[in-house]
Design a binder for this molecule. Structure first.
Ligand code: ADP
Ligand code: MG
Length: 611
């Protein structure tokens, strides 16, 4: 009995390998089948390739119908540009594409497809029918293809566009067929894919059905409309918009409110130049921007779109193109992280800080209707009294702007007056541990250590970002003895520490000479701080989200912050509260403890009410 490969060889070529020859060229049909395995693994891959072709063809309407989870039939109809008879004959050949002409094109791919492999791969493992017509021609064409046989082409009457039918997937590759999962799981994969397409192209009407059941029919619209259709109005309304544009990188889309976080990443969608991608780094950039606003083990939903010059990214690293390589990953990480952090901050994801109001150039003015209103002297905007009572301004609600007053707006000469010191907050230290802080809404109790930690944490991170250390030379270099674990940690963190202003000389096996320290470090405690930093860094590996820098910053901040039990002067308290107000996320410390608790006036009133 001949081995199966030789039998195949004989069938294909009708020749016998020569006596000593062990290498032979795979017959075409076998080579195509193997190649097909790279591109087409399951019904989901068929749907993906076909819908991508429809999008590339400029379709504004695409309908997808599957039968047997796509194992029996995948049918895709589009109103795109269609194909001529010549192109139709070519399109199922391997490496046949209209999208890539030269090697340079490969570096600036703007279409979803470009390898010219999908239709060939499908034709190798299924019965394929394509009907197509261009707008210029009066009639269309139909192609019927079966693996290993000459395709047939005949005229076909139809509207402009393309219809593709893929029947009996893997009928000729039993091993592949066996590898498929149950209809239910295959169907899930297809429908997840369809949701991604729906988000990738909200401007395209997209219909998806399973035999006779309509799964969705989404009209063309805006992204927000599409999100409403897919996930419900309530969900969409709570989302927070994100926008950024920096050095050719454009980011847009929505992120979830921390309360919308889910125990899985299923609602995280990232698109790069219209293509759905998976990218751990970017997901991480989003995640860490939430810091401790998320419950442990939950992930924020997001739908984000990155646009950048195709030359700055390589989509050619994976046959399915889900993974991409950015030329400048760190930069893109930064853009995403900052934009998300800014969006969260500007949408009051935590209670608003009452003192902000007092600080802004706001003025109480008598109002005939409601007694008193607050007016922003800079803009003439009237901020309604409700602002005082609302804890967090809901997303999308802006202060009402009344018509400009008839009084002439203040002349620029009056402006310096606005810079006068804001009224001081009323505050007291309690038990050398807490700060009691009166706010327009009630009372806020601040943990002095945690608050200071937060302030320092952000300041250190900013130092990292600026990357312009201010080293303070030590009069005499300090030699510090470390244990082997601490020494290893120091080696790992060295470059980051130097970015902060440390200057170190490592003296293996376990000594380090401290030559300079960041100017911000309190003098006299350098050695102790370094040791403690190395110690807590490891501890924080588990608790602080983010990378090396976040952990170094958290460890340093914790060690440098005022301790519980320290007496603070009034000025120190005020400075601390002032700095806290300037924080990006003043509500939690780097490892998740709350900075303050809020006691609203209504709550106090309620407790004193007569029963
Ligand atoms: P690729 O998309 O990588 O070019 P495919 O094998 O998917 O390779 O398709 C081959 C070619 O067939 C495409 O380049 C395109 O010119 C043509 N084509 C495929 N599907 C469509 C469609 N729905 N409408 C118009 N042209 C299509
Ligand atoms: Mg394609």
């Amino acid at each position: 009995m001949l081995p199966p490969s030789v039998r195949l060889w004989r069938q294909a070529t009708n020749t016998e390998p020569m006596g000593t020859q062990r290498i032979w060229i795979l017959p075409d049909f076998l080579a195509s089948q193997i190649a097909a395995g790279e591109v087409i693994q399951r019904p989901e891959s068929v749907v993906k390739e076909l819908v991508e072709n429809s999008l590339d063809a400029g379709a504004t309407q695409i309908a997808v119908n599957v039968r047997g989870a796509g194992k029996q039939l995948v049918h895709v109809v589009d109103n795109g540009c269609g194909m001529s008879r010549e192109d139709l004959a070519l399109c199922i050949r391997r490496h046949a594409t209209s999208k890539l002409r030269s090697a340079e094109d490969l570096h600036r791919i703007t279409t979803l497809g470009f390898r010219g492999e999908a239709l060939a791969a499908i034709a190798a493992v299924a019965h394929l029918e394509i009907r197509t017509r261009t707008a210029e021609e009066h009639t269309g064409w139909r192609l019927l293809s079966e693996p290993d046989a000459q395709p047939r082409i005949e005229p076909w009457a139809m509207e402009p566009g393309t219809q593709v039918f893929v029947r009996n997937l893997f009928f000729n590759v039993p091993a592949r067929r066996k590898f498929l999962r149950s209809d239910l799981s295959e169907f899930r994969l297809v429908s997840d894919l369809m949701v991604r397409f729906a988000l990738a192209a909200p401007h395209v009407r997209l219909t998806f059905s399973d035999e006779r059941t309509l799964i969705f029919d989404l009209p063309a619209g805006t992204l927000l409309e599409r999100l409403e259709r897919l996930f419900g109005e309530e969900f969409a309304r709570a989302l927070i918009p994100v926008e950024a544009a920096e050095e050719g990188v454009v980011l847009s889309g929505f992120i979830g409110h921390p309360q919308q976080a889910r125990p899985s990443r299923a609602q995280q969608f990232l698109f790069l130049n219209g293509r759905w991608i998976q990218h751990k780094g970017i997901a991480h950039a989003v995640f860490t921007a939430y810091e401790q606003l998320l419950e442990p083990g939950t992930f924020p939903p997001f739908v984000l779109y990155l646009q950048l010059d195709p030359e700055r990214v390589d989509v050619n690293v994976h046959p399915q193109k889900h993974e991409v390589k950015f030329e400048d990953e760190r930069f893109i990480y930064g853009v995403v992280h900052t934009a998300v952090a800014r969006a969260l901050q500007s949408h009051n994801v935590a209670p608003t800080l009452g003192w902000e109001l007092a600080q802004a150039p706001l003025e109480r003015q008598p109002d005939p209707q409601s007694g008193q209103v607050l007016v922003n002297r800079l803009t003439g905007e009237i901020v309604l009294p409700e602002r005082f009572h609302r804890r967090a301004a809901p997303v999308g609600v802006r202060p009402v702007v009344l018509p400009a007053p008839s009084v002439p707006s203040p002349a620029p000469a009056q402006q310096p007056e606005l810079a006068e010191l804001p009224p001081s907050p009323r505050c007291w230290q309690l038990h050398r541990r807490y700060i009691l802080w009166e706010t327009p809404q009630g009372v806020r109790i601040v943990d002095q250590h945690v608050a200071h930690e937060r302030v320092l944490y952000e300041r250190i991170l900013r130092l990292f970002e600026r990357g312009e250390p201010l080293p303070q030379r030590l009069l005499l270099p300090l030699t510090v003895q470390l244990d082997p674990a601490a020494f290893a940690t120091l080696e790992e963190l060295r470059s980051e520490l130097e970015r902060l202003g440390f200057e170190l000389r490592l003296l293996p096996p376990n000594q380090v000479e401290l030559q300079a320290v960041p100017a911000e470090l309190p003098p006299g405690r350098e050695e102790q701080l370094l040791c403690e930093l190395l110690e807590s860094y490891r501890e924080y590996e588990q608790h602080v989200p983010g990378g090396v820098r976040e952990r170094v910053a958290a460890a340093l901040a914790c060690r440098m912050a005022v301790k519980s039990g320290e007496e603070l002067s009034e000025l120190q308290i005020r400075t601390l509260l002032q700095q806290l107000l300037e924080c990006r996320l003043p509500y939690v410390c780097p490892h998740g403890r709350p900075v303050f608790v809020e006691l609203p006036l209504e709550e106090l009133d309620r407790r004193f009410e007569r029963r």
